[in-house]
Write a protein that binds this ligand. Structure first.
Ligand SMILES: *Cc1c(COP(=O)(O)O)cnc(C)c1O
Length: 417
């Protein structure tokens, strides 16, 4: 034993909290008696009502058959892919992007992997992350030695950023903040006014904004989707996107980084150079996939988007209505975007359950129902429930959840109920 000089990375061991990791643990707890219902991960291909637009397969097959895209792609992406993404994003932006503002990535996951080390400027640098949030940011920050500080999202104010807590966290080592809208895990969509306030706060703090817009346009309530890049003249913004959610193509592993920065601050501060150095040492999306992107972005039918939005809205509403029937669960905000929502467990009404992880493990065991413990996204004793699913799965899942909560309800509650 003592002969060996190597050992596992302790940082990875302690920080690698991931949705997939927990998913695998919960899967092991499943009882074999009932068919499994998944309300745990967000993979829109789990919903048989969603199917990719045939435009996408056509585009990829044309690119592959052409034989022109078998070589290594350029480091930052094929020019036509970068241009198409810039044009697509610019439709919603006052300051238009050019192809040079866009870098293609292996999904938004790789975009996170590339951005976070680029933020690390000086020893002790820190980044501000939302709580609840998306665990990839914490894990990746830990791996590149970036200190993480959390600002709160307020459940009773439509999950808006607690601006005071944001301001209180920042110091001279703070480089950037992350914002996710439409939000996974909260299911809200920030308003124009709120995003503007966040942009002004970030400017005051001298930090830039990393805007995770993987759920861009998946907004089905009263707040329309507003890209953070709209405020790029106030604060420089790095937008992350991908085709995983809106186009129902998570397995195609294609995403992007876009720098929305009309004043060229990323150039001046060296952030752009850092991104480019990182891109030189990481892998790229397959070349034929890049070649297919212009057609996918330009030719996907509007009916495809609107039909999927209707399905998502219906699923979210059904879920929200069913939560009201379960007294020990509290859903503070009716979801109006993305594909997941946060629900609080009122532990005082429940017996024999220690916390959210215990809740989810027992739920898997007793009901073959998979839900993500809130602690994974930063909120202990909450649950994250995904609704990118067909109605029957939601109805079945919520029936089981209700049965579970009633079975574990405190005696006094059962009598009064
Ligand atoms: C799904 C998701 C990602 C990762 O997207 P990929 O393109 O599939 O890698 C990033 N951020 C959020 C908030 C997500 O929900």
């Amino acid at each position: 034993m003592e002969k060996w000089k190597f050992q596992g990375n302790q940082g990875l061991k302690s920080s690698a909290v991931s949705v997939r990791g927990v998913f695998n643990v919960l899967m092991q707890s499943i009882s074999k008696e009932k068919e499994v219902v998944h309300l745990c991960r967000v993979d829109p291909t789990d919903n048989p009502l969603f199917s990719a637009d045939p435009v996408a397969a056509h585009a990829v097959s044309t690119a592959a058959h052409s034989g022109n895209f078998n070589g290594y792609p350029p480091t930052f992406g094929l020019p036509q892919a970068r241009r198409a993404i810039a044009e697509y994003l610019s439709r919603d932006l006052p300051n238009k992007l050019s192809a040079e503002d866009v870098y293609v990535t292996v999904g938004a996951t790789q975009a996170i992997e590339i951005i976070l080390p680029s933020v690390f400027a000086t020893p002790g640098a820190n980044i501000l992350l939302p709580r609840p949030g998306f665990p990839q940011y914490e894990t990746r920050a830990a791996l590149c030695g970036l200190e993480v500080r959390h600002f709160d999202l307020l459940p009773n104010s439509s999950w808006e950023v607690d601006i005071d807590s944001l301001e209180a966290l920042a110091d001279d080592k703070t480089m950037a903040m992350v914002l996710i809208s439409p939000s996974n895990p909260c299911g809200n969509v920030f308003t124009y006014q709120h995003l503007k306030r966040v942009a002004e706060t970030a400017r005051k703090l001298g930090i830039f904004v990393i805007s995770d817009e993987v759920y861009a346009h998946i907004a089905f309530g009263s707040n329309p989707f507003v890209p953070m890049g709209v405020f790029s003249s106030i604060v420089p913004v790095i937008t992350l996107g991908s085709i995983s959610k809106r186009w129902i193509l998570p397995g195609w592993r294609f995403g992007w980084i876009a720098t929305c920065d009309p004043h060229g601050i990323f150039q001046k501060t060296g952030i752009a150079a850092n991104i480019e150095r990182n891109m030189e040492i990481t892998s790229d999306p397959p070349t034929f996939m890049q070649a297919a992107i212009p057609e996918i972005l330009e030719r996907t039918n509007d009916e495809f988007y609107s039909k999927n939005l209707d399905i998502t809205r219906e699923a979210a509403n059904a879920l929200y209505e069913r939560f009201k029937e379960i007294p020990s669960l509290i859903c503070p905000h009716k979801p109006d975007g993305a594909m997941a929502v946060m629900v609080q467990i009122n532990l005082s009404q429940i017996e024999g359950i220690a916390d959210d992880v215990d809740f989810c493990v027992k739920l898997a065991k007793e009901e073959s129902l998979l839900i993500l413990p809130g602690v994974i996204v930063g909120l202990k004793n909450w649950l994250r429930v995904s609704f990118g699913l067909e109605r029957s799965a939601i109805e079945e899942g919520l029936s089981r959840l209700k049965a579970f909560c009633l079975r574990h309800a405190k005696m006094s509650q059962q009598i009064s109920a």
